[in-house]
Design a protein around this ligand. Structure first.
Ligand code: SF4
Length: 226
């Protein structure tokens, strides 16, 4: 498989935010979100067997949480699924961060899927594979990255239309970050002010989780490998 990096840090997103986590970042993506902060994954990387990836994960000390991310990791499904099965068998709690465009029916049931639904402001609106909704359980999370009010309304309506608040463990509404963030570790780098987003969520009575990519508040937002 083609791997960009494997490292240990603090989980910045999802209901696992704040937990120590080992990240396995796979190369390549078939989408081009306008606010993407992972363009360095689109090409390159290092070829590693799944045994080598497993060895490197187990060599990183401490913690039982592993996230597979990218890029879009499900582009390498053939090798990734057996790797995930082996890491589960070793007792790791496994998270899979995916764009929602690739089919997810072969992901092992034990994996916590964190599935994006791309909003119009991403430039990839409509890429979500609706048949993936049938694979989601209370074990999983759906994430909307929001660049403004139109994205918020799309996410709110999609959440209601598909009863996501009942279907999955967490529905995440997260402000998009600026493409060229300053070195400030604060909310001025968010395209959508989190306070405004909080007010909309409360006004509409949504049972969703406001996500803040906390790694971008711990380290400078442009820092890679954290
Ligand atoms: S799906 Fe993820 S990695 Fe791919 S372009 Fe969008 S934000 Fe970047």
């Amino acid at each position: 498989m083609q791997i960009i990096e494997i490292y240990r840090s603090i989980q910045g997103e999802s209901s696992f935010a704040g937990m120590p986590c080992i990240f396995v970042r796979l190369a390549a993506c078939n989408l081009r979100c306008v606010w993407c902060d992972s363009e360095y994954t689109f090409t390159g990387g290092k070829k590693m067997s799944s045994e080598e990836v497993e060895r490197e994960v187990t060599s990183l000390a401490g913690g039982g949480l592993v996230e597979v991310t990218g890029g879009e990791p499900m582009l390498q499904e053939r090798e990734l699924v057996p790797l995930m099965q082996r890491l589960i068998a070793r007792g790791y709690t496994l998270l899979l961060e995916t764009s929602g465009e690739r089919p997810l029916e072969n992901v092992p049931a034990e994996v916590h899927k964190i599935v994006d639904v791309k909003c119009p402001g991403s430039g990839e609106g409509g890429s979500f594979r609706l048949s993936n909704l049938a694979t989601l359980t209370l074990h999983d999370e759906v994430k909307f990255v929001l660049a403004g009010r139109a994205d918020y309304e799309f996410a709110r309506n999609f959440t209601r239309e598909h009863q996501l608040e009942e279907k999955v463990g967490s529905v995440l509404f997260s402000p998009a970050f600026l493409k060229e963030p300053s070195s400030q570790r604060d909310a001025r780098n968010c395209q959508l002010d989190p306070r405004q987003l909080a007010e909309w969520i409360l006004e509409d009575g949504l049972n969703v989780r406001l996500g803040l990519q906390i790694h971008k508040f711990i380290w400078e937002p442009a820092t890679k490998g954290v």
